[in-house]
Design a protein around this ligand. Sequence first.
Ligand code: NCD
Length: 351
Amino acid sequence: MSAHLLSVDNLSRDYVDHLFHVARRMEPIAQRQKITRVLEGAVLGNLFFEASTRTRMSFHSAFSRLGGSVCDTTGFTFSSMAKGESLYDTSRVISGYVDAIVMRHPDLGSVAEFAAATHVPVINGGDGPGEHPSQALLDLYTINKEFERIGKALPGAHLLLTGDLKYGRTVHSLLKLLALYPPMQITLVSPPGLEMPFELIDRAENAGHRVQQRDTLQADYSDVDVVYATRIQKERFTQEMVEGFSLSSDFSVDRAFLDQRCSTHTIAMHPLPRDSRPGANDLNVDLNGDPRLAIFRQTDNGIPVRMAIFATLMGVEDTFDRGLRDVGWKPPHQVGVDDALLTSGPHGQKG
Ligand code: NCD
């Protein structure tokens, strides 16, 4: 792969396999059992010119757990870009300060333009409605781990992607990433006007996947292995679109949907944040505590995957686990209050 991570377009199957292998080796560090200082002395520039909580913190945490330190900036209004500075100038200036850069920006293609002006590795943390490659990688890593736990395999699986497939950059990157894998069935369900861009469907079909487009969740999805729900990206709508739009409750992925339309082994995923306000009809909070809800395992997996991304970009993937130390504090036994359900509930296989 190139020195940057800008788009899934630049990834090979070999690189992804290698990255996931490195991520597995990162898990004891991500899970607070071991400590490495392999990136000691390195500084990350975490530049978020668009709203973010988890992606920004997840990159920050991943770099810190490798022993590096982080400079953060958030928001457009307080940046020099608001004074008219070009991406080229910002890129060159920041490159003199830091050793790796994560950037999120509201404009499609902006992160690539920024990366073209530097030799410091740049990771696309989301460029408008374009791509979000690290999210797709952690999503696929999660699917693999969930499948391993419940005894399923990726080839031939049935994945349902729903919500705002037009502006949702995570599903764009995920669909591209799936094109590197053996044929699967992919069902795309979106409200009218928010369909997956045609060229991405075309690419998935050319890769051998069976892609079906629908406009309703009110159907039989009992053979679906993964439901991947996404938030309606209203911040990318025009004013007329916002005024004319409301998402029908028929699109809500909730407990009734999983119980009645899917199966006891269907996994529910979401890149988060989910819109939990009444009437939003996003992934429903009534699934909290249900072991099929994989969203927090997904966010947890973001740490080892992002650590692996830094390690491969910065050339420490072979050396980071030499001389690992035990943590010197007492980490929590489980991170979330419902985490125990995974191992003791009817859907887990570990006893
Ligand atoms: C997503 C994003 O920003 O694209 N969030 C994330 O990074 N996990 C999804 C969203 O905002 O809906």
